[in-house]
Design a protein around this ligand. Structure first.
Ligand code: SAJ
Length: 413
């Protein structure tokens, strides 16, 4: 039924999905506007960091099932996995989806299936169907013609965790929402080629909201933990012990506080709900503000400690957005370091074992230096634990003696 599938967007989601389909002997045409990504993939290599993916891509390319290009070509199904960031005012930016839809429109033919995977505000799949319809008035689309349409359109969000993508792509249940029942059924048939878990049918709007709900659920729950940590500071209670104790209750499961929420999903997706329903999404909005406020709270604590010292050395342990990865995107740890550097209160020793050079966002500060954990801990007056990388657990507590420690992750509790 699907001889050739085209994946539009070969990033963290698109490339693994393309590779997985190709590994099931489907001919896959990967499309990306990034020439470097296309060239790298055509050599059988990968341009992103993801365990096990290199082997699958290399096999798929060498066996001729996966090929990358910068220009869309005809296929039986098109999967779109392009970024959907937000703009300065937290309004969703779906221009990449629009560009992707317009780029495939000229090669569409009767019977094709188009699936949007990008995290999107509710209504985007119908909007995409309209964009396609405007570009191809010679074909019919489900938003106009329902079940009888020439082209089927569906939404199927990804839910994989970076670092476990290969496993989770195959083993996570998927929610699949077509604009019509036929659209859903065809999309399920496509995903069943490589997914071993359940593919659960719904409509496009519910599937869009489901993705936003999953990440908002996590954001709200992390905000609860972050708010508790601030309350506990005020009341002189160890928040880590408190959470551990509360979680002994059979129906309580509190997440962990930290310096804030990073990455390009959890800190972004709740805004897609808030922007559509600002009057109703009060809790979701507040959770975003609590989590976005946490880096500032951490900085205030450091400034207060630093105010008692002259030109202190401040060690900031960890820059990644979460433990044991090298991904610095939207990292609250970077924000803390930037804010501290801007205050010019001393010398900052940044530690991130997973990178070799300071990221660009930190290089224009003269008072930040990238050093090893040992050097940082040895020379620091103030130690700020920002990311609970496994390697930091090896730091001997005796090395912390006489230093002012701000542990945002509970590593030393
Ligand atoms: N964090 C905390 N405390 C916690 C858990 C996480 O502060 O108890 C922080 C992390 O340090 C990090 C941020 O939250 O800064 C996000 O990390 P994460 O591990 O919660 O999530 P992501 O962004 O890596 O991946 C999420 C996942 N969504 C859910 O768990 C509901 C993943 O399944 C999604 O596929 C992904 O978003 C996505 O692409 O949407």
């Amino acid at each position: 039924m699907f001889d050739t599938v085209s994946m539009i967007g070969l990033g963290y989601i698109g490339l693994p999905t393309a590779a997985m389909l190709a590994s099931r002997k489907i001919r896959v045409i990967g499309v990306d506007i990034n020439q470097h990504a296309v060239d790298t993939i055509n050599k059988g290599e990968i341009h992103i960091v993801e365990p096990e993916l290199d082997i699958i891509v290399s096999a798929a390319v060498s066996q001729g099932y996966l090929r990358a290009t910068t220009r869309p070509e005809p296929a039986d199904a098109f999967l779109i996995a392009v970024p959907t960031p937000f703009m300065g005012d937290h309004e969703p930016d779906v221009r990449y989806v629009e560009a992707a839809a317009k780029s495939i429109a000229p090669v569409l033919k009767k019977g094709d299936l188009v699936i949007l995977e990008s995290t999107s505000p509710v209504g985007t799949t119908e909007q995409m169907s309209e964009w396609l319809g405007q570009a191809r008035p010679d074909l019919t689309f489900p938003h106009q013609k329902g079940e009888g349409a020439d082209i089927n359109v569906a939404y199927c969000p990804e839910r994989v965790l970076p670092g476990k993508v290969v496993h989770e792509l195959v083993n996570n249940d998927r929610v699949i929402g077509g604009i019509t029942d036929k659209c859903s059924a065809r999309a399920i048939a496509l995903y069943k080629i490589f997914i071993e878990a359940n593919c659960i049918k719904t409509n496009a709007r519910t599937a869009e909201m489901c993705k936003l709900t999953e990440n908002s659920f996590r954001d709200v729950n992390i905000a609860f933990a972050n708010e508790l940590s601030i309350i506990c500071d005020k009341l002189d209670i160890n928040v880590w012990e408190l959470i551990k104790l509360a979680n002994h209750h059979p129906r309580v499961s509190i997440l962990q506080p930290g310096p804030g929420v990073g990455g390009h999903c959890i800190a972004v997706d709740p805004w897609f709900i808030v922007s559509k329903t600002p009057q109703q999404a009060r809790l979701i909005h507040t959770a975003r503000q609590v989590n976005d406020g946490k880096p500032h709270y951490v900085v205030e604590k450091v400034l207060s400690a630093a105010s008692t010292m002259t030109n202190p050395v401040i060690a900031c342990l960890g820059l990644a957005f979460k433990p044991d990865i090298d991904d610095l995107r939207e990292s609250p740890a970077i924000e803390v370091v930037q804010l501290l550097a801007g205050h010019n209160i001393g010398h900052i020793l940044a530690v991130e074992p997973h990178i070799e050079n300071l990221p660009l966002s930190l290089t224009n500060f003269a008072n930040i230096e990238l050093v090893s954990a040992e050097a940082a801990v040895q020379h620091a007056d103030i130690i700020v634990m920002l990311v609970s990388h496994q390697v930091f657990y090896a730091i001997n507590r005796s090395q912390l003696q006489g230093k002012y420690v701000i542990d945002t992750r509970g590593v030393w509790q």
